[in-house]
Design a protein around this ligand. Sequence first.
Ligand SMILES: Nc1ncnc2c1ncn2[C@@H]1O[C@H](COP(=O)(O)OP(=O)(O)OP(=O)(O)O)[C@@H](O)[C@H]1O
Ligand SMILES: [Mg+2]
Length: 246
Amino acid sequence: MLEVQHLTVSYRGVSAVEDVSFRLQPGQIVGAIGPNGAGKSTMVKAMLGLVPTASGVVKYRDRALKQQLNAVAYVPQRTQIDWDYPVTVWNVVMMARTRQTGWWREPNRQSKQIVATAIDRVGMWELRHRQIGELSGGQQQRVFLARSLAQEAELFFFDEPFVGIDKKTETIMFDVFSELKLQGKTLLVITHDLATTLIKCDRLLLLNRQLIANGSLKEVTTTANIQRAYGDSILLIRNSEFGIRN
Ligand SMILES: Nc1ncnc2c1ncn2[C@@H]1O[C@H](COP(=O)(O)OP(=O)(O)OP(=O)(O)O)[C@@H](O)[C@H]1O
Ligand SMILES: [Mg+2]
């Protein structure tokens, strides 16, 4: 079980994440939603120790998560990846293995097999020698999905994996998420309010700096909660966005 306790993150004295606490159980897909600038990306980065925290504790199986980062596969928001960096599909996915094998060593046969399987699973085998900058948005997202699979992690954090992807990528992504869930993995998926995504989540976290709600789709998407997170404007489109009735 992953446990976040009283997580607070500030950028130059202004809090982006404030006193957020929740738990994630194995075999669950948990969606994190909230408006732009709500602190969703910051929260995940702070959980991984990529940005300093003002306070709070993040534990996995009762030990600091930062001490066991091998257990976490993290796929950052697309905008945070340098797509001009000259690296092939194969090498991006192989990066998931270098922690085990050491970057200075030739990867062993097992690692190569795991990387090949992951690339094939996301339908990118034909393009494995392609530079990542020469792929479509959906293909790029699948490469990072493959990298997360090759890591053989227990926890998976995805930051807006559905942005700018095609139908084929969406289908592969949902299938892989379901497989991971069946394997008892824990998935935290930051997402924008797409009805399809939300329905596949077992639980939702609604954030706007603070954790406004934590529970099932029905429990979280009440008028009061949505208004607290998004303000009044969202109420007009709420029904069509969430695909639910009051
Ligand atoms: N490196 C940084 N330095 C200073 N402020 C930052 C930094 N990164 C994010 N912020 C600020 O922290 C707040 C939360 O940003 P964050 O990117 O975590 O939000 P988000 O919920 O992921 O938004 P989006 O939906 O747009 O991705 C915003 O006000 C943002 O401007
Ligand atoms: Mg973000």
